[in-house]
Design a protein around this ligand. Structure first.
Ligand code: ZN
Length: 351
């Protein structure tokens, strides 16, 4: 989300919360369930420049979130049980699903003990090609280069550009500019650009990936817990909508097949990399169905409604992220009202 949108969304959240309007709106907005998106769970970075902090929450926050969810009249269920409730007629209790994207080691080392203590089922969507080294966490590499340098040079749209990256404000502005440009361009050009940048400024992307992401042995340890579902997240974490049809489908299939080969179980649930409308659209929803998944989750914001039974390849989620680490936001998220307002009271966003 662009910064101004984030600020507006946050101001809207506070207005909803402090006005009490969410109590009035909740019966229309809260739906049958919600799927939460998380990435890292770890202590907050002390570095002021940490533009990827939206991808992490602290262990204490995760613990507090679970305790708070338990005070609401909802069940915490696996994605498989969510699928069952969405597709089985009848009255079901409202539910919450916890999901983690990418396959970070802190999911095993930090999040798992907390979730286990509370007996919370959860899903980890693994990017198969990132397991055990070779992962291209390009958004982290870009952050690292800008964090370490006072100036950087790069060829952007055929022009050599020089950026001052000395102050915090400069670093943030340059990160924003390059990050959003990269998100808009061809995936292969993106990866080549960041690999070149990392190499020139001596950021070891392989080492970064090896430190951050689980190995197959670690994923097997996690998967051995009956609370855990391993889902697929493609082979190489490309924005599928930017790829041609065959390549997008083979990314989905290869990711699932690699997990099946390593774990002996074919993953049935899928998360689109990035998951925003520019990264996963209606063509990709059809491809996920063709690949045989039971559910596929986006990062479009919203609650689940009975109507989602017809749109299992485009399930919305709600991000629990570093920018919203306050329990009052959780109460709002469970009420569904921010998304009702954000989506103009439309329950489906599947185009
Ligand atoms: Zn991801």
């Amino acid at each position: 989300m662009a910064d101004w949108k984030k600020t507006a969304f946050k101001a809207g959240l506070d207005a909803l919360y402090f006005s009490g309007a969410h109590h009035m709106l909740a019966p229309f907005a809260r739906g049958t369930g919600v799927i939460f998106t998380l990435h890292h769970v770890r202590e907050a970075s002390r570095r002021p420049f940490s533009p990827n902090r939206i991808l992490e929450v602290t262990p204490d926050f995760l613990d507090a979130v679970i305790e708070r969810v338990r005070t609401h009249d909802v069940d915490i269920v696996s994605i498989e049980e969510a699928y069952r409730r969405l597709t089985t007629p009848g009255e079901h209790n409202r539910f919450v699903v916890f999901t983690f994207d990418d396959g970070y080691r802190d999911n095993l080392e930090i999040a798992h003990p907390i979730l286990k203590k509370h007996e919370v089922p959860f899903t980890v969507y693994v990017t198969s090609g990132y397991v055990g080294g070779g992962g291209e966490l390009w958004w982290r590499a870009l952050e690292e280069v800008i964090a370490r340098q006072d100036h950087i040079g790069a060829v952007i749209e055929g022009r050599t550009r020089y950026f001052d990256t000395r102050t915090l404000a400069e670093k943030e502005a340059v990160f924003r500019e390059i990050y959003w440009w990269l998100r808009s361009i061809d995936e292969d050009v993106l990866r080549a650009f960041v690999r070149d940048l990392a190499e020139r400024y001596r950021v070891d992307m392989d080492d970064m990936a090896r430190c951050a992401l689980m190995t197959w042995d670690e994923i097997r340890r996690l998967a051995a817990d009956p609370l855990v579902t391993i889902g697929a997240h493609t082979a190489n974490h490309y924005a599928l909508a930017k790829l041609d049809r065959d390549r997008a489908l083979s990314e989905m299939r290869a990711g699932a097949a690699a997990i099946a080969a390593e774990l002996g179980v074919m993953p049935e649930h899928f998360a689109y990399p990035y998951g925003d409308p520019a990264s996963a659209g209606s063509r990709d929803f059809a491809l996920a169905a063709e690949a045989g998944f039971k559910t596929a989750v986006t990062t479009r914001k919203g609650m689940l409604f009975p109507e989602h039974e017809e749109h299992l390849m485009a399930l919305p989620r709600v991000s629990l992220n570093g920018d919203y680490q306050a329990i009052r936001y959780l109460d709002l998220f469970l009420s569904g009202t921010p998304f009702a307002v954000f989506n103009g009271f439309r329950r489906l966003d599947v185009a």
